[in-house]
Ligand binder design. Structure first.
Ligand SMILES: Nc1ncnc2c1ncn2[C@@H]1O[C@H](COP(=O)(O)OP(=O)(O)OP(=O)(O)O)[C@@H](O)[C@H]1O
Ligand SMILES: [Mg+2]
Length: 306
């Protein structure tokens, strides 16, 4: 039996939810009141800030809500030249770069096809006063050494607010003075509100069961919630069996095999000594190969985790 009007749904937006105008296609924000408050405070005070948190947790969503007149938003800072041109375009739009030159940025860009990264950097930096603008970088996850150098330069004039999952140790030096706002997964109450929003109008047989399933599988990750609901919506009706069958893989935690590999390695090393003790040359050699393989596996697991 279908259940067109599921269990009572909380009113949206949530108690703490900010009430900004949202870009098209974006879900109404649930929770995040504190984080947004802190970000707005940092923005108004000109404090450089990193927004940190796992993939899909809502970093870009929060940054999109920071709508300030003195803010320039770019998607990324990589590749460096392209990023500088994007910043220049943003400045051009507000009449900061070549205001009395060509009125079209494309023409301006053509005039500067041979301009170097350093040239673009100078143009951008010379067209703004110190702390006049906040540069919001939506995603710094593709950080490189040259992006790091660019951040140092831009930081001499811009306040920077940027999002990324985590800062690698080798890049810490570029961010030592950045404030950090950690974005955690949604609380159960907020996750329920988001599920409620996303499932509005869907034909759901057992809302409670569906909600519990989404909560478990998404682990409070908003992108996972949205993707699971999108998957459900592909079905004519969200029956109990559909809910049971649809397995969301995106948000499933990766199983950390490091501990198992290290344990296995210890066992193989111990076996090597044992084989040597009982005088089995074959066992000794095999255990040696085994430990070499495990050391290799451990090494690549470490590399690919970075
Ligand atoms: N608090 C929230 N309320 C409602 N929707 C949200 C919230 N947070 C995130 N979302 C939605 O979840 C999806 C994923 O969020 P977002 O793209 O901001 O994640 P992200 O942390 O920037 O991911 P990535 O690390 O891949 O850049 C988006 O559709 C976004 O609108
Ligand atoms: Mg993002």
């Amino acid at each position: 039996m279908t259940h067109p009007s599921p269990a009572p749904r909380p009113a949206v937006p949530s108690r703490k939810a900010p009430s900004q105008k949202l870009p098209k296609g974006m879900q109404q924000t649930v929770g995040r009141g504190e984080e947004l408050c802190q970000l707005k405070d940092n923005l108004s005070k000109g404090i450089d800030t990193l927004v940190l948190g796992p993939i899909g947790v809502g970093k870009s969503h929060l940054l999109a809500l920071l709508d300030a007149e003195n803010a320039l938003m770019v998607k990324t800072l990589s590749p460096v030249k392209e990023a500088l041109i994007n910043i220049a375009e943003g400045l051009h739009k507000i009449g900061r770069l070549c205001p009395d030159g060509s009125d079209k940025f494309e023409t301006f860009k053509k005039q500067h096809t041979r301009t170097t990264i350093q040239g673009w950097t100078d143009m951008v930096l010379n067209s703004v006063e110190k702390d006049e603008f906040v540069l919001i970088v939506d995603d710094l996850s593709d950080m490189t050494a040259s992006v790091g150098r660019l951040i140092d330069k831009l930081n001499s004039k811009f306040t920077i607010i940027a999002a990324l999952p985590e800062v690698r140790r080798s890049y810490e030096k570029h961010f030592w003075k950045f404030d950090r706002v950690e974005i955690e997964r949604l609380s159960t109450a907020d996750a329920k509100k988001l599920i409620c929003q996303c499932t509005a109008g869907a034909n759901i047989e057992d809302y409670r069961m569906t909600e519990t399933n989404i909560l478990q599988q998404s682990a409070g990750n908003p992108r996972a919630i949205i993707e699971i609901v999108e998957r459900f919506r592909k079905e004519p009706a969200v029956t109990r069996s559909v809910v049971r069958d649809v397995l969301h893989t995106g948000a499933r935690n990766q199983i950390d095999l490091t501990f198992a590999v290290v344990l296995l390695l210890l066992a193989v090393v111990a076996a090597r000594f044992f084989m040597r003790g009982i005088g089995s040359m074959e066992g000794y050699v095999l255990a040696g190969i085994g430990s070499a393989l495990l050391v290799g596996i451990r090494f690549f697991m470490y590399r690919f985790k970075r």
